[in-house]
Design a protein around this ligand. Structure first.
Ligand SMILES: Cc1cc2nc3c(=O)[nH]c(=O)nc-3n(C[C@H](O)[C@H](O)[C@H](O)COP(=O)(O)OP(=O)(O)OC[C@H]3O[C@@H](n4cnc5c(N)ncnc54)[C@H](O)[C@@H]3O)c2cc1C
Length: 385
């Protein structure tokens, strides 16, 4: 894509402690979650030589942990560029998934299942109606349903005391594990070099190239994408030897609980306040979640699990007496601005793609297209969407 390296660049590559003689790459992508790997795939399809570097294993962090709701209905309550971006990304999903399935031969559990938002008190129901009015005006389809019509749409839902229901017909869900398996296959197929267990310690940007330090070795690229999720701002970035500020990222831990239910027993996503239930095609049913700030502590807290079980059991009776088969945690990549950081670090070829918080699975297609387009076109500098 960017042509062959110049004599000067080849010399630099040879002199430095690089992984291999021709290690001068077009793009280095740091972080092989959904964000980094889908950007790597698109850039590679556009003809770039790409190296995808991860501290652990491909897709081993938030992207694998996430529930997989593709649900702007429950997430964006006011019109904003972020809401528009989310609606755009949801619309890209069917093509995104079809392309992976076609190119990898791996089937992906993606369904336009709709989402139901529940209100068991008058204040909650008034708030939902106000929310629906606003959302319709900026492009989210939201319908009021009569609670009595729900026994067919969501059998098992606790109808007792249910005052109102909002239905989002366009919301969807995907199994992130399927998506990641397919993404790895298509990246490999396109020739993306994947380096796992390779934490990037430092990023040094010069005028026309970027170097990273990995296990005391250097890898050099023309461009670099920083997509290391909640860890992104922990990696120092310097420009011509001077440390450069990048927006802070930090983890917001979430607990999830999984149950074995009959396949097809629940179609739509169910949401009540901060709690939700989403079922995979196999019947594996996920209930969430919590939002906890306090660093990178992976432990499962039985109290949080019991809160989630109690909350979801109160509105979905099939799991009220059921023992979970799996409990896990993950780190949502949050930022102070509550919006993803997407764009270029001024004066460098370092591009940022992190901070997608609760909606990174939903936002992966739009982010990947935007970042890969900006790099291939070398668009004007933008930061903090
Ligand atoms: C409990 C929970 C539920 C969620 N539910 C949903 C949902 O229903 N819908 C939705 O859209 N989103 C959901 N999310 C959010 C979503 O999972 C994330 O926003 C998204 O996965 C972020 O992807 P990412 O690629 O930016 O980060 P990650 O998947 O975390 O990937 C970052 C990668 O960077 C690597 N890395 C870190 N440091 C370094 C380093 N120094 N060098 C190299 N690599 C490094 C990590 O090993 C990791 O693999 C949920 C998240 C959680 C935790």
């Amino acid at each position: 894509m960017f042509g062959h390296e110049t004599g000067e660049e080849r010399l630099i590559a040879e002199r430095s402690n690089v992984l291999e003689a021709d290690a001068f790459q077009d793009v280095l992508v740091v972080g092989a979650g959904l964000m980094g790997s889908s950007i790597a795939w698109l850039l590679s399809k556009a003809g770039c030589r790409v190296v995808l570097i991860d501290a652990g294993s491909f897709g081993g962090e938030a992207s694998a942990a996430g529930a997989g709701m593709l649900a702007p209905g429950g997430e964006y309550r006011e019109p904003s560029p972020a809401a528009r971006f989310a609606i755009e990304s949801l619309a890209m999903y069917p093509t995104f998934v079809r392309q992976f399935e076609k190119e990898s031969g791996i089937s992906i559990d993606y369904r336009k299942c709709g989402a139901i938002e529940l209100a068991y008190d008058h204040e909650g129901w008034r708030a939902l109606r106000r929310r629906a009015d606003t959302q319709r005006r900026f492009g989210i389809s939201a319908q009021m349903l009569c609670p009595s019509s729900l026994s067919a749409l969501a059998p098992g839902l606790n109808l007792e005391g249910l005052l109102g229901v909002l239905y989002y017909p366009d919301d969807a869900c995907v199994a992130p594990a399927d998506l990641l398996r397919a993404l790895r296959a298509v990246c490999e197929c396109e020739g993306v070099r994947i380096l796992e267990n390779s934490p990037v310690e430092k990023i040094d940007a010069e005028r026309r190239r970027v170097m990273v330090r990995v296990r005391e070795q250097r890898i050099i690229g023309r461009h670099l994408v920083l997509a290391a999720g909640a860890w992104s701002s922990q990696i120092p970035v310097s420009r011509l030897g001077v440390t450069t500020h990048i927006p802070e990222s930090f983890p917001v831990k979430g607990h999830l609980v999984g149950y074995r239910l009959l396949s097809g027993s629940l179609r739509p996503i169910l949401r009540n306040g901060h709690h939700y239930i989403v079922q995979r095609k196999s019947g594996f049913t996920i209930a969430g979640s919590s939002e906890e700030q306090g660093g990178f502590n992976r432990s499962v807290n039985p109290e949080r699990i019991s809160e989630i079980r109690h909350a979801v059991g109160s509105f979905y009776t099939p799991i009220s007496m059921l023992e979970p088969t799996r409990e896990w945690t993950g780190f949502r990549p949050a930022s102070e601005s509550h919006a993803p950081t997407i764009g270029r670090v001024p004066g460098t070829n370092v591009w940022l793609a992190y901070g997608h918080y609760r909606n990174g699975i939903l936002l992966a297609p739009a982010t990947a297209h935007l970042v890969s387009h900006q790099i291939t076109e070398c668009a004007p500098q933008v930061t903090g969407r």
